[in-house]
Design a protein around this ligand. Structure first.
Ligand SMILES: Nc1ncnc2c1ncn2[C@@H]1O[C@H](COP(=O)(O)OP(=O)(O)O)[C@@H](O)[C@H]1O
Ligand SMILES: [Mg+2]
Length: 313
């Protein structure tokens, strides 16, 4: 398993990871969900031993990644965000290279290479140089390199970015297979849907901080049964709060998540029922509503509630 406690990583003045703690269990997929720049890759770097933590501790299967680096690294498989494959080498040669780095030799190495090529669906392309591969094929090869030595702990850093839908489905199935076989999987992504369909537990990260953590059901529960109402148009931020507080039906049971001159976001139960009253109250402040979006509780709405912004870039 993975145990991260009070992890902090700075680059000069920039705090890339700020007091992050979590624990990921064997046989399960733990997700780190957050936008670009949230600190996901930096966290993975500290786990894989590529980066030295500024503070805090990271243990992999009980081995401290700094103090007991060799033992920690032996149990790890890493599929990095930046492809770690040699373009001029064939798929099989790439795998043989990584296998060698993990002390696999001879018949055992050959068997593993064949096995994993078949798993990722590249058995027919084994002898072709990686540079002739599509983005999705390269990602599948990158994944294969990370799992060849059957690591007990697997770190996957945005493994599906830039791949075709078919490769994506295949990759997600492969990740599920890993967890089903008992591997402890840490999966980073900025895709909400992936986090929702794949992860047993997940943490939402933003600006280096872990802002929420739990199962999908627990995270949804943080929203209560409220819908999220997003209005775009022209508003007077000084007046909307009082105007909404004056709406009888939602008095004491709504929350203004975000309010500025162009955007108003309110979390409210059964929002569709109260739309006419809400519009009337806003209208009385001189507001103009040009666009209305109503969403039910989801990771997306939780993210907006916690950060005031949308996850999509
Ligand atoms: N080697 C580095 N030197 C300086 N700043 C870095 C370095 N690596 C990452 N950062 C910064 O740290 C923050 C977190 O980056 P990163 O961990 O790559 O985020 P994510 O993977 O979630 O997109 C960003 O602001 C990024 O610019
Ligand atoms: Mg990253």
């Amino acid at each position: 398993m993975i145990e991260v406690e009070g992890l902090r990583k700075t680059f000069g003045d920039l705090v890339a990871v700020d007091d992050v703690s979590f624990r990921a269990e064997p046989g399960a997929i733990f997700g780190l969900l957050g936008p670009n720049g949230a600190g996901k890759s930096t966290t993975i770097g500290c786990l894989s031993g590529l980066l030295d933590p500024t503070a805090g501790s990271v243990r992999v299967l009980g081995h401290d990644v700094v103090g007991d680096a060799l033992a920690a690294r032996e149990s790890l498989g890493v599929v990095p965000q930046e492809l770690a494959i040699y373009e001029d080498l064939s798929a099989a040669e790439n795998l043989r290279f990584w296998g060698g780095a993990f002390h696999l030799r001879g018949a055992e190495l050959n068997r593993r290479v064949e096995e994993v090529l078949e798993r990722v669906g590249l058995e027919d392309r084994a002898k072709e140089p990686a540079k002739q591969f599509s983005g999705g094929m390269k990602r599948r090869l990158n994944f294969a390199c990370g799992v060849l030595h059957k690591p007990k702990v697997l770190l996957l850093d945005e493994p599906t970015v830039g791949v075709d839908p078919q490769s994506r489905v295949r990759l997600l199935d492969l990740v599920r297979e890993e967890a089903a076989s008992g591997t402890c999987v840490l999966y980073t992504t900025h895709y909400m849907e992936e986090a929702e369909t794949l992860c047993d537990r997940l943490a939402i990260v933003d600006h280096g901080r872990l802002i929420a953590e739990g199962t999908l059901a627990e995270l949804r529960g943080m929203l209560g049964e409220r819908d999220l109402l997003r209005l775009a148009g022209a508003f007077d931020p000084d007046k909307v709060g009082a105007a909404l507080a004056g709406v009888e039906a939602i008095r004491g049971d709504h929350e203004v998540v975000q309010s500025d001159a162009e955007l108003l976001t309110v979390s409210v139960p059964q929002a569709s029922r109260h739309l006419p009253a809400i519009f009337a109250a806003l209208d009385a402040t001189g507001a103009e509503v040009r666009e209305t979006t109503l969403t039910q509780p989801s990771l997306e709405t939780l993210f907006i509630k916690l950060t005031g912004k949308e996850l999509r870039e």
